[in-house]
Design a protein around this ligand. Structure first.
Ligand code: SAM
Length: 704
């Protein structure tokens, strides 16, 4: 082993998951190589490049996130103040390559960085870039996401009116993309569609809460179910007709998989890879996909994806579904989508390798001793069937083609009624509620949690006898589920008149879409949901909802102010169009003063802003950066006006972000002491701030 190799191995020393000792990870696995060469995933010519790329670390990639035009504005700032400045930077006599846009991602909103950690440390420009990446990622304005993982949401083509289900959503990088696409039309404050993000793992559901927090969508809900037995969710169009199961226009089925496409970042897989991982996941993957197409609307699109190279988890699942569906589901030709993306066609044939290391071409060759693990649905269809199915329309991304991880995607469309569902029940769903036909037409009315979940697919009746026993939804969901209730308020609620009058909320404000999480006692936080989400909450009593709604008001009591609720930054864009009082327009320079100066109410604002502030009484303010903050180039910041002080009501790290949008990179990188002192820690600390502000103001002369 030469010096470089030794160094590479040393860098690859990682603590084993079980926490025993450090071990060098040798990036070799004979079984892996022989498996995929036997399957002809890679031919002889491809093998060296395939292996060499898999042994390289994955380049860092990230997306600039955000709904509406926010992402584009941020991109513009980052380009001007960071990426463009790196052009021509030399390190050790070598020009370094600034971050590059991922060629197939629309609007240059996804980027790749081809720098090693050691290069980053060598230059001031690089360290600045690193800080930007870390800060904006922590704020959720950038999302670290593998390039290939960005493909499924793009191919799903989500529109603002779509009902979307993300069946296996955590940690949620794809969900974030789906939310962004739902909110792509800036002319509609709340889109008609919705996104339900589901995961079977309760703890991982809270990763979804974190991921979606910055996107602040009132059209978003997180549920906690085994996706293979995902229950029907009901909506009522008119308040009378209930029990109409939703069908979804778009479904993402990003199933749990063996993950060998992630070898470049999960290097422990070099040690652990074996063929059994795929075999043991196949049946669950198929059950999830089958439930997915049951929940899909007629003409709806479902994207199935894995980060595995393995046909047992990929083409075999698609072929088994297409066979069962008998023409009602088709594979969509997406060869004209994302033209700059290099992809390989799906495989038409493959073999199955048993745990004991025996290869089988057909299920009929499998001895009883291997039949517990090997299912008929793992085998390829006949040549003619494969052609009819167009399995070549599946996409496989290989690492060497564009320096990425490995990935598999299939885009499916439901073109007809599913033969295995009861027709009469579907018809009943259509006729009960014609207005929402597209959302309700083809779903089983039986609760799948009570029915037999679909099993591994069979080729003939003999095979059926060999199917694995039926499985119940995993985990004791019922007993472990404890969430506060969702209680919608109305115009008549005693807390509302104070808020309405204090902020002068205009009439069309949808107060009926506001809810709290407490039935009795003081209401502390008010949330906003879209009408579709409200409909679901009101018509599904036992639904395991982990989170939904956007925080719009929080209780913040003080003897000096008339209203007990302040506006929350998270929900400000939904409140702003309806609020008439306490809105102040700031120039860019005023925003900089506001975010960098301690208590700038004296003379540091522009005369116009200063005048507006003096006229405003105490409590919460909406400060917008342009004349019309709903326009593309504006942003809105919550502030607090005391008698003689004014402060931002946003978390401290957000200051640097807004300063960056104002082009203040120096300040953004090194916030001055004044910022640190005047900033509010977290939304939860606002009450304390109110008191401090009030006390400070008491000590000075009364308001003029
Ligand atoms: C490949 S990851 C999903 C990644 C995610 N789509 C993203 O882009 O961030 C698979 C997820 O499926 C979840 N999962 C495993 N079994 C499941 C099941 N039966 N039903 C629903 N989710 C499941 C896992 O908890 C895991 O979060």
């Amino acid at each position: 082993m030469n010096l470089l190799q030794r160094k590479a191995h040393k860098n690859d020393r990682r603590r084993d998951n079980r926490g025993q000792h450090f071990e060098a990870i040798v990036k070799e696995n004979e079984k892996f190589l022989s498996y995929y060469t036997t399957l002809k995933l890679i031919n002889e010519d491809d093998t060296p490049a395939f292996l060499a790329t898999l042994r390289e670390p994955l380049p860092a990639t990230f997306r600039i996130t955000g709904t509406r035009n926010h992402a584009k504005e941020l991109l513009q700032c980052v380009r001007t103040h960071y990426f463009d400045k790196m052009e021509g930077t030399m390190i050790e006599d070598k020009a370094i390559l600034p971050p590059q846009p991922i060629p197939w991602y629309p609007d240059e909103l996804a980027w790749q960085i081809n720098l090693t950690k050691s290069t980053i440390k060598t230059s001031k420009e690089m360290m600045k870039l690193k800080k930007l990446l870390v800060d904006e990622t922590a704020l959720g304005n950038f999302s670290r996401q593998e390039a290939v993982s960005m493909i499924p949401p793009l191919l799903l083509d989500v529109q603002p009116h779509h009902y979307v289900l993300d069946m296996c959503a955590a940690p949620g990088s794809k969900t974030a993309q789906l939310i962004e696409f739902l909110h792509q039309d800036s002319s509609k404050i709340i889109p008609d569609g919705l996104i339900i993000a589901n995961d079977a793992d309760n703890k991982r559901c809270y990763m979804l809460v974190h991921q979606s927090k910055r996107l602040n969508s009132p059209c978003f809900m997180i549920t906690n179910y085994d996706a293979s037995t995902m229950p029907n969710i009901y909506i009522s169009k008119d308040g009378i007709s209930k029990n109409i199961p939703i069908v979804y226009d778009r479904i993402l089925c990003d199933v749990p998989c063996s993950g060998d496409g992630t070898l470049r970042k999960n290097i422990m897989l070099w040690k652990r890879w074996n063929q059994n991982n795929a075999l043991s996941l196949h049946c669950l993957q198929l059950r999830i996909l089958i439930r997915g197409v049951e929940l899909l609307a007629r003409d709806g699109i479902l994207v199935y994806s894995t980060c595995s190279f393995n046909p047992i988890e990929n083409e075999a699942i698609i072929a088994a579904l297409l066979k069962k569906a008998g023409g009602s589901i088709k594979l969509v030709d997406v060869s004209d989508k994302l033209p700059a993306l290099k992809r390989r066609s799906g495989m038409n044939t493959w073999k199955v390798l048993s745990k004991q290391g025996n290869w089988y071409n057909n299920f009929s060759d499998v001895p009883v001793s291997d039949s517990a693990m090997i299912k008929p649905s793992m085998f390829p269809p006949s040549e003619s069937e494969a052609q009819e199915m167009h399995l070549d329309r599946c996409l496989r991304i290989l690492p060497q083609d564009q320096n990425t991880g490995g990935f598999f995607v299939a885009v499916l469309q439901k073109v007809d009624h599913l033969t295995w569902l009861s027709k009469s029940k579907s018809v009943q769903a259509i006729t009960q509620i014609p207005e929402v036909k597209s959302k309700t037409e083809d779903v089983t009315v039986d609760d799948p949690a009570k029915k037999q979940p679909p099993q591994g697919m069979t080729n003939n009746s003999e095979d059926e006898a060999k199917e694995p026993p039926s499985k119940k939804a995993k985990g004791n969901f019922k007993n472990s589920f404890k969430e506060d209730p969702y209680v919608f308020i109305s115009e008549a609620d005693p807390i509302w008149p104070d808020i309405r009058d204090f902020y002068k909320m205009e009439h069309p404000f949808p107060i009926d879409l506001v809810f709290t999480r407490t039935k009795i006692g003081k209401k502390r936080t008010l949330y906003l949901a879209s009408s579709a989400i409200k409909n679901i909450l009101e018509n599904n009593d036992t639904l395991r909802v982990i989170n939904t709604g956007v925080k719009i008001f929080s209780r913040s009591e003080s003897p000096h102010v008339h209203c007990s609720f302040r506006i929350n930054q998270e929900g400000i864009e939904y409140i702003y169009p309806y609020v008439q009082h306490r809105k102040i327009s700031l120039t860019k320079e005023d925003v900089i003063v506001f975010l960098t100066q301690n208590n700038p109410l004296d003379v540091r604002f522009s005369p116009s802003t200063h005048g507006q502030l003096l006229k405003t009484s105490m409590n919460c303010l909406d400060l917008s950066q342009s004349e019309d903050a709903t326009e593309t180039n504006g942003f809105i910041i919550c502030g607090w006006k005391g008698k003689f002080s004014v402060r931002p009501l946003i978390p401290k790290p957000d200051h640097t972000h807004y300063l960056l949008l104002c082009g203040e990179v120096g300040l953004a990188n090194e916030p001055n002491q004044a910022i640190l002192e005047s900033s509010t820690e977290e939304a939860a600390n606002i009450s304390a701030l109110t008191e401090v502000s009030s006390e400070l103001d008491e000590m000075v002369t009364p308001e003029s």
